[in-house]
Ligand binder design. Structure first.
Ligand SMILES: Cc1cc2nc3c(=O)[nH]c(=O)nc-3n(C[C@H](O)[C@H](O)[C@H](O)COP(=O)(O)OP(=O)(O)OC[C@H]3O[C@@H](n4cnc5c(N)ncnc54)[C@H](O)[C@@H]3O)c2cc1C
Length: 318
């Protein structure tokens, strides 16, 4: 990795201070651009490692060789960026604390909440969140200790579903099936990702929505799903069901904003409302990345949001 070459230089320090919540792609991009303009940045992140979903979310077969930590090293090398880990908004500090202490605040805390399956039996052991599974894998020092079922079902149609399914197959699951409630064309995962999963032996089933988790002896043994179709533009269950055996089920049905941490900020469509410059409804607070409105849940967009908000923060200091 060519991370020893620096393409940017830090300007003379300005004395201005900016707090950033979240050391994911959005927060790091914002920090780097602010540091470049000479401002002093403090990033606060709840986790023990920085990098956001690059470190804890995206499957390790995609981001190999310690990519996230190498990126972090590159970004912070410019100087003027402090990172405080284990610092959770809502527990260790509030947005009001930051507004009082810093000249500006950028929020890039992503989507921490997990959507519910809304099916009976969701809490049965053997049903878990796909992002947690990927995170466990990424942080595991010995992959042979990661539990994987023989018959794995993944519920969802986005990149998380693909990552979890491919990882499960690579770990040795005998059968891995992705069940998605809409058609192949509506899947959030790109054609490339879908092909990749199929080439690894993952089976894709469409027009099926989860209805009831089945269990035996307190552990998951299958899933009942209902066939779906579009009626008058709306997705509906048609009443006919199918049962799939499974000893492990991963939920990959999207993440949601933890609204408890959005103190007094306007929320639109489940995200923090921002304008084209990344400004929120509160003075001196900007937001970007997955937690902000108008994005598309891609790393490149989160990075662009962070950079653009930093440009605007810098402009307000001038
Ligand atoms: C499984 C999976 C696969 C993906 N695959 C791809 C892919 O192939 N290509 C692609 O472009 N995108 C992919 N994405 C999406 C991409 O990872 C995100 O769009 C991107 O990481 C968003 O960056 P972010 O900085 O907004 O948020 P995040 O990366 O989520 O970072 C948020 C940071 O905020 C911290 N935080 C959260 N809450 C708090 C709090 N209360 N206090 C303090 N800190 C907090 C977190 O610890 C984290 O470090 C994938 C996502 C997932 C889940």
């Amino acid at each position: 990795m060519q991370n020893d070459v620096q393409f940017f230089e830090r300007a003379t320090p300005t004395g201005k201070t900016v707090a950033i919540v979240g050391a994911g792609p959005a927060g790091l991009a914002c920090a780097h651009r602010l540091a470049m303009h000479g401002h002093n940045v403090t990033i606060l992140d709840a986790r023990p490692k920085a990098g956001g979903l690059n470190e804890y979310g995206i499957a390790s077969y995609k981001t190999v060789d310690g990519f996230a930590q190498a990126e972090l090293e590159y970004v912070t090398k410019i100087g003027g960026i402090e990172i405080e880990l284990g610092q959770k908004l809502g527990e260790n500090f509030s947005l009001d604390d930051l507004v009082k202490k810093y000249d500006a605040v950028f929020i890039g805390f992503g989507l921490g909440g997990v959507n519910a399956l809304r099916s009976a039996g969701e809490d049965i052991p053997g049903v878990s969140d796909a992002v947690d599974f990927i995170s466990e894998l990424r942080q595991a020092s010995d992959l042979s200790k990661v539990d994987i079922g023989r018959q794995v079902l993944v519920i969802g149609g986005g990149m998380t579903a693909i990552d979890a399914a491919v990882q499960a197959k690579l770990l040795g699951a005998e059968e891995v099936t992705i069940c998605y409630r809409r058609g192949h064309e509506q899947m959030g995962a790109s054609e490339f990702e879908q092909d990749l999963a199929v080439s690894r032996g993952v089976v894709m089933r469409h027009w099926l929505q989860p209805k009831k988790v089945l269990s035996k002896g307190g552990k998951v043994c299958g899933l009942e799903l209902e066939y779906t179709e579009i009626q008058d533009g709306k997705l509906v269950g048609v009443g006919q069901t199918a049962t799939f055996p499974a000893d492990q089920i991963f939920k990959a049905i999207g993440q949601s904003l933890d609204k408890n941490h959005a103190d007094g900020l306007n929320i639109v469509g489940g995200r923090i409302e921002v304008d084209e410059k990344g400004r929120t409804s509160r003075k001196n607070i900007w937001a970007g990345g997955d937690c902000a409105s108008g994005g598309d849940d891609l790393t490149v967009t989160a990075v662009a949001n962070g950079r653009d908000a930093a440009k605007d923060i810098h402009a307000t200091f001038s």
